[in-house]
Each structure stands twice: as structure tokens, then as C-alpha cells.
Write a new protein. Sequence first.
Length: 634
Amino acid sequence: MDTGMLEGTITAPEFPDGMEWLNTAHPLRLADLRGKIVLLDFWTFCCINCMHVLPDLKKLEVKYPDELVVIGVHSAKFTNEKDSDAIRQAILRYNIAHPVVNDRDFVIWRSYGARAWPTLVLINPQGKVIGMHSGEGIFEPFDEIISQAIRYFDGKGQLQRKPIHSTLERTNRPSTLLAFPGKVKADQSGQRLFITDSNHNRVLITDPDGRILDVIGSGRRGQADGTFETAAFAQPQGTAFDKDVLYIADTENHTIRAANLTTREVITILGTGRQARSYNVSGKGRDVALNSPWDVLVLDNQLYIAMAGSHQLWVADLNTFDAKPFAGSAREARIDGPLRTAALAQPSGLTTDGKRLYFADSEISAIRSADVTPNGRVATIIGEDLFEYGDIDGSRAIARLQHPLGVVYYKDKLYVADTYNSKIKAIDPKQNTSTTLAGTGEAGFVDGGFAVAQFNEPSGITVLNDKLYVADANNHAIRVLSLETEQVTSLVLGNLEVLAGQAKERFQGRIIALPRQTLAPGTATISVNAILPDSYHLIENAPMSCESHSSSHEVVSFPDEMSSRENSPLAFPINLRVTTAPGMSELTFDIVVYYCRDGQDGVCMIDNVRLTLPVEVNEDGAERIAVPVEVLFP
């Protein structure tokens, strides 16, 4: 590359004062990043193309950890996306580990001349712009220029490798029983719910009352077939049940998985595991490339797929696994008409009345239909185009939604998860009218009557026994709307022992080092207590645990686990009787605590804590010491 290009001629505009920053302890300035290569990512969290860039950014951050600083510039498309707390939730949902600035008024966007989402701008260690790119597929071109820039500026002694430390939003956040659940689907005949626990990379099977019957997936992010216990997913979304098989849209693996509920085996039936880079390329089974499948539906032995990444609906024959585009030209827009020439915009939810498909076309804030006959058409029920949205009830001419992600057909109506309005809407597909069913329009977590209930970016919706079940993503909860009583409640998950095994197998919690304490020789009691703030309570009969270990059994020895507790079954405080002898030892306590916020609308959480406690045993030691566990809470 020409060294003149690496030197650059245009000074990168400085970040304005007064901007809100996330994923960092303090606002950043480009002047303070001299000596670093800086990559700006102009994004908005609704955008599927922006989501596709994130894995490439992570690869660059891993490859150049000391030389490169990535900064997300969030320039919102939708009103809901301007809110910093909504951006914070997106950062957590997408596991973003670099600083993000809220450019809600497009100030930074305009100063850099950005024109599309995503736009990437590369800045050299002297603060000059040396590269700009719009669209996906950014790893290879930026990898090449970054590697050349590192060699060039390193040779000039102008590269600074001192790491930049960020305070991430996920630091000290509690783990919730569900993590950003994306979809929920009902099995009427089996009286079951399939809850896609997206950020835990698994699917929970429950009864209508929330009792967990089984778990599909290990919980580890990955791409692996196998048993329910070993299979791995990456941000799964929609599911469809047919003939004892659950079809799963494994979104970030760009695959469709099939979970056999009889054999408890998961296999990949569609997708190469890599995002499709070309459009309208049909194929078969694991040889066909998919692009962010977001929802699935089975009708007449055909699997319909909401292919959000290519702005299309696809169809696959469940006998042959031949897959092809069904509706949409791959152009992102709202164009009604014949299936092949119509244009869609990030379809993200599917349902049917048995005769036609209905889908949530999220980027144009629309609910649309598609005939299933070969000569069928796409029509718009509610919605207009890419930048026409809002929260307005009424007829087609005036009604507006804001980035809906979920839809279900029931008794001649379409019930919609109007995601960015944090509402549930009811749409009449014959009259083309939309009305608010539940939700105030303000993001929150409140149960009660339809008019006062609050949601936070509901993303999936299904119906069972005259009740709507809603995947309330940012509340990490499943909400239940009774169409009979017009009341909203929150589904309380039970039989948590099914989840306990996963938590025990993979420690991903907090590690807390406690100050040294002294114990008396002979016998002593260690009292471990979970301390909750006001308005929180432990979940009764939950599979809480406390496993203890001593680095020197000669100094501190824990007897048989059950006999060492004064309280059985497990309840806090836990009093452990230990045998002691003079010397030093480090004690480790692995503790899992299940707890909820008080009230019907209380979100439930898990805190997985590893405490390390240095202990000295001598004649001046205490016969009883307390080990407090202050649990995390939002």
C-alpha cells in the first residue's frame, strides 16, 4: 500500500463533549488515543447488516489487542434506539466489548460523512483518516490495511501498545434465569412451550405453568450436533414443532437445526455454518448457505424460513431438504406484488392461518402476508416503508408500528409483538386495522391490567389455551396475557433442577477474594450467608448450592457435605462444621443463589459466585466466622 495513504490527509473530527458513553468508565477523546489505530463502527442495533459486522470486529480486536481500539458510534434509526438504556441492553445482548458512544442526533455521523449502516472509518496513530467502508464483509480489507499500518507506524516509533481498559456494561450484572429470550412457541396438542433462551444459547421446554420439562443445548455458544446435553447453538431464535421434531433457527450459526424430542438428539439439516455472501442461491441440506434465519414455520411438510439477513422468506422441503427463496427479491424495501419480485425488509416473525403466511417485516415496521401458492403475492396489512414508523392505532392509512419482531395468528386476528413500542398490538388482517392490546408504550416491567402493564422490547409471541405468551426480551421474562381476564402476569419457571446441572458444569460467575480470617484449632463453624437487598427474596425450593474446598486438608478439613451443614435441605445461612489444625489454607466456596425481585412482576436471577478465603488457624482464632455473600441485583 502507498505509504501516503497510510499517512492520510484528513484529520479525524474529535468527539464532541457531552455525549453519553457506554462500555467505558469515562468519555473518550481521539486526542487521548494517539499512537493507537482506531476503528469507528457507525451502527444501529436494529440493523441486521450491523449485526453481521460484529463478529468481524471481534476477530480484529482479538488479532490486534494492543494496537487497535474499536469504538461503536451508535447513530439510531428508530426513536427507541436513541435511548441509552436501550443501547445498553443491545450491548449486553450482542456481547459487545468495546466502548460505544450514543450519537442520537447524528452529530458524529455527519462530521464523518457517513451515509449508511454500517459504515466503518479507520484512523491512523496520528489521528488521520486512512480508510472508509460501508456494508458487510469488513474483516479481510481492514485486516490487510491494519497489518500494513502496524508495520509502518511501528517502524516510525509512533505506535503505542499500552492497552486501553474499558469498564464493560456486563461487569457486575446479575445472571438471569432467562437471558434475552427471543421467541416462544406453543405446542397445542402436547400442551408445551418452547422458549428460546437466546443469550444462553438453548431452548427450554416447559408446561403452560412454566415447569421446565427439558433443555435443548448445553448453554455453550458454538456449533455442535449431539445430544440435548452436548449440542451447541449461537443465538437461536424462532422454532417450529412438527411430528415430534423441533426445528430451530440457529441465527448466528446461519443454520436450521432439528431437535428430535424422542431420541433427544440435535442435527443440522440446513446451512453450511457460514453466512451466505451471495443472494438467491438455492441448495440442499448442509450445502446451502443461509443468512441469519430468524424464525421458522411448518405448513404441509414445507419449512418456511424468515431469512432476515437476505430480506426474504425461504422454503425447504422436509423430505428432500431442498431449499430456495420463496418470497422477496433480496432488495430491502416494501414492494408488494408477485412472490419473486416483491421486496421485504428483515422479516423476523412468522405465523399462518393455514392458507397464507403472515410475517413481521421489522425494518419497515410492517405486518405483511404471502400466499403459499406458486403464483401467490405479497401484500402489506399494516406498515409503509423504511423510515415510516410510530405508535398509532387505526386503519392502514394511519396505523404505525415500530420494528415488530413477533406475530401469531389466533381467531381471525394477528397479535403482534410491537418490539420498539414495547406493546402488544391486535391487527385485523381483513379490515387492515391495528389497535393496542396491552402495554403503556413506556419500557418497563409491570404486571396487571392490559392498560397498565409494561414490557421492554417484546420479541416473540405465541398462543396457548386462550393466553398469549410473550418473550419479553429486555426483561428476561415470559409474560402471559389472558385474553379472558385481560390481565398480564409473568411466567414463573419451576423445576429449576433441570437448569442446575448446566450451572454446575461451567462456572461463569463472579470470583471474590475475601480478606484473611483466623480460626481456632480443633473444630469451628463457618457460616455462609446470602445477603439480599430489600425487596428481593430467595426462590423457595430452588436448587441452590454451596460447594466447599480446602487447599490444605491438614489445616482445614470439610467433613461429608451434608453432615457439615446444620441446615438441610439447603437454606441460608449455611453452617459448616470444620476440623482445624494450626497452619494456613485457602478455602473456596462455589455458591449458586436463585432469587427474585418482590412482586408479581419480579424478574428472577441467578448469582454464581466463587469466594476465596485465606484462613490461618492458631490459638487466637475464632470458633465461628461469617462469610457474607452479597448477591448482585439490577
